[in-house]
Design a protein around this ligand. Structure first.
Ligand code: NI
Length: 268
């Protein structure tokens, strides 16, 4: 059972075969749920539409820090409207990214904290993007204490410990499979089993095993989580299927969705 806690299936990388792929993931690849987080208002609408269209897809709506400069007076109202759709389960992604852009830090922080306030008002969890901004991100998390996940976690074991202490979940995906991944493996080893969720960040972060065949694997897809799970299960000396089950239950608890068995499993 695979719960992909973070995948951007509205991306144009999936325009050619989105419907076929999503059906295959659900009916043949044991993907029981996917949360699709947005980057801006347009993709937030797309995420909500995909969640309407597919039983096993849920949406998160939010403004990614790379789009902090697109925040307008009516943005909060538009997000709030989307939150009233039944299958929008979280706000995100939101956060700070000083890798891409660091000359608008104050604007990024403003857009981040406005969304944290909205999440608190709506009683919803959040999906946090933190890239090369650990200090400021954690200052804000300590202040707001949201429920949520630090997706594609890239910090040290110490910051993972701090995140867990704050009650957050840690999202791990393809980046832990890279040959130079040292810190992420230490984090994977450390993170308590009840705080771990798995993700692809599709179409990005293809696990390294599939990178040698770029014609065949041009994007990441939710089934590739199995490869990430194998690696982490090895580190934790446990069975891959058991790790997939536990992390699926964690994601279901985080996003408060009912975990339905895949149709494939029902037929067995
Ligand atoms: Ni993402």
């Amino acid at each position: 059972m695979i719960f992909d806690s973070h995948a951007h299936y509205y991306s144009s990388a999936f325009d050619k075969d989105r419907d076929e792929l999503l059906n295959r993931l659900h009916f043949e690849e044991d993907v029981c749920a996917v949360v699709c987080p947005s980057e801006n208002v347009q993709s937030a609408v797309r995420c909500a539409e995909l969640a309407e269209q597919y039983d096993f897809v849920y949406a998160a709506v939010g403004i990614h820090p790379n789009y902090a400069d697109t925040w307008r007076e009516d943005t909060e109202r538009r997000l709030e409207q989307l939150l009233s759709c039944g299958k929008v389960v979280a706000l995100g992604e939101m956060g700070l990214d000083y890798y891409r852009k660091s000359d608008n830090r104050e604007q990024q922080k403003r857009v981040f904290t406005m969304q944290l306030e909205l999440a608190r008002k709506m009683g919803l969890p959040v999906i946090i993007h933190d890239r090369e901004a650990h200090g400021d991100t954690f200052d804000i998390l300590r202040q707001y204490r949201p429920e949520g996940v630090l997706h594609c976690f890239s910090g040290s074991v110490e910051s993972a410990r701090e995140a867990v202490r704050l009650g957050m979940y840690i999202g791990l995906g393809g980046s832990i499979t890279m040959p130079n991944a040292v810190k992420p493996l230490e984090v994977a080893k450390y993170v308590p089993l009840d705080r771990l969720v798995l993700e692809t960040d599709a179409p990005y972060l293809i696990p390294s095993r599939y990178r040698s065949e770029p014609e065949r694997y041009s994007r990441s897809e939710s089934w590739m989580i199995r490869n990430v799970a194998e690696l982490i299960a090895g580190l934790k000396h446990m069975d891959t299927e058991e790790l997939l089950e536990i992390t699926a239950e964690n994601a279901a608890r985080l996003y408060r969705v009912k975990l339905a068995r895949c149709k494939m499993n029902v037929q067995v």
